[in-house]
Design a binder for this molecule. Sequence first.
Ligand SMILES: Cc1cc2nc3c(=O)[nH]c(=O)nc-3n(C[C@H](O)[C@H](O)[C@H](O)COP(=O)(O)O)c2cc1C
Length: 179
Amino acid sequence: MTEQPRKAFLYVVVCAAGIASGVGKLVSAAQERGWEVGVIATPVAMNGFFDTAAVEALSGRPIRSAWRTPADPRPFPPPDAVVVAPATFNTVNKWAAGLADTLAVATLCEAPGLGVPVAALPCVADALAAHPAYRESLHRLRGMGVRFGEPYSGEPQEDERRPEFGWERALDLIEADGA
Ligand SMILES: Cc1cc2nc3c(=O)[nH]c(=O)nc-3n(C[C@H](O)[C@H](O)[C@H](O)COP(=O)(O)O)c2cc1C
């Protein structure tokens, strides 16, 4: 029997923003585009921000949030691309500063150095986005080759509805040639 070629493996990093409840849309869209998906969530995101059981069922793998023990095998293959969606103010700033205190941020800190495409869809309120540290973080991460989606504050529009969070934009960004 001929061996099937391995599908490209995508890490989806999830942070603790309210919009994270929709991350299953990103996992499904990535799978439809031919990616195999492993989800890595921040410890806060694991605490009620999305349906972890549903996302595990969808991806077919346990969600990673804590480091494995040295004796455990690596649960995911190395990534062919990494996306973080939603990316919080907290995680963006820690990532830019190189503070790898959660598996999620450590994964992000390492990703640009692996030479794989890396994309981020921040969900950050306008008031927080005005903080100079955040603006400097975006500048630093862009300089490292991270591809950013358009700013999204999550704040309701005039009709009181929240604008759509363009989950698939993360996939467009990693799939674009040298974006
Ligand atoms: C209901 C709720 C919604 C939140 N939404 C956001 C958000 O959209 N963006 C953000 O940057 N932080 C948001 N926060 C704050 C983060 O959860 C908080 O800063 C947390 O420390 C982020 O942790 P993480 O970056 O490790 O996931 C929210 C908090 C709560 C309780």
